[in-house]
Design a protein around this ligand. Sequence first.
Ligand code: A3P
Ligand code: MG
Ligand code: MG
Length: 402
Amino acid sequence: PHDRPAKRPETESSRDSPVSTTSLTYPSLHSSTSLRPVPFQQPTGLLTFSYTPKRVLEFTHSALRYYIDPPPGADLRYGYERWIKRPEEKSRLDGLLRAIERVMEKADTSMGTGTGQKWLRDMSVITWRGVMTKILTAPYEERDGCELNAMCINGTIYLEEHHTDARLAEKEDLAPRQRQQTYYGYSFESWCTSSKPGIPERIAGQPIGWGGDVDTNVQWCSVIKTKLGDNRLVIGGEVDCVRGDYKGRTDTFVELKTSMSIRGPEDEARFEKKLLKFYMQSFLLGVPEIVVGFRTPAGRITTTQSFKTIEIPRMVRGKPSAWDPQICLNWGQHFLSTLKSMFTKDAISDQPVTTPRIWRITFKPKEGVTITSLDADGVKEVQGGEDRVGFLPKWYYDLASA
Ligand code: A3P
Ligand code: MG
Ligand code: MG
């Protein structure tokens, strides 16, 4: 129902890489009762890894944190001057791909050489959780556009966010107020976590319960596999902390969020709209619990509330600010299937693709999506002069295309 006429070949930029474009419009947001429900498989954890303060990826739990109730009235401005902020950079898939290499090695070791390759070829999409969240919530997005780069190797689609250098510089150069507000979110994470299960952190010279100064280089990530409709997905994302202990499953994961305290119906509606992103972000990684810290404009926590991820859609159902996850999943299935059929056939000649193209996917709020193959200049911009094939590291490209 949400298709414009499909493949619409446009100008030819060169003989080798004719540009082709497809457009999709977002689905109607009115009712999903007529939609075919698209199943989403419960995510299963493949592995986890940590980024150290030096931003080195290691397959350890060094960055794993444990949930702890924040002290009453916690001050989110605390430690702001000492925030070690990770520089804004192109959000490459490199870390996730290292994890995938490791999953494949493990499969080869336990089930025989070639098992890893077979496993990889079964996957439709490999990307970060943030990218999947943007795709699935796009029908409801009213403000922010977004661009992705895509490549397809042996039937598996790789998606990364596309950030121009100008956009990265803009993000780096935040207004002081915005920078402060961004810090609130990280500060809440520190107040809510400890390096030991169930015991508030005690660091000499710092308030009890403060989990340690914020260093946004440090992250604990989980890589999961799941299935949306008929597409198998491998998704990696940061997990803020676990409740109790971590035993290799996603069922103790906790997502932490801050939000302005709700003072009236307008605030409530605004919060319920935001819940779509909270929900989708957590749902995709199999995170069952979201702890929201409600704060004053000046950054004091007033209350915290724990939400069960699966119960959130029911909370907003029938409200003026309602959203329906089934519309998102249905759209996601349609979107991914469109990519798959475009990327695995040459749009012009209908022949199988031999050399990988790079595609740009542009999300326009309230309109839809365009998918275009990049010309030589676009390809150069994406590659950025490193040892890469398109946006993928060369070592990974060799592994996946073997
Ligand atoms: P809040 O979400 O509590 O505001 P996450 O919630 O995904 O774990 O991210 C932690 C914090 O990073 C967020 O806390 C917010 O401060 C910051 N952050 C994440 N995504 C952001 C974005 N798109 N723009 C600005 N800040 C963001
Ligand atoms: Mg996080
Ligand atoms: Mg969070």
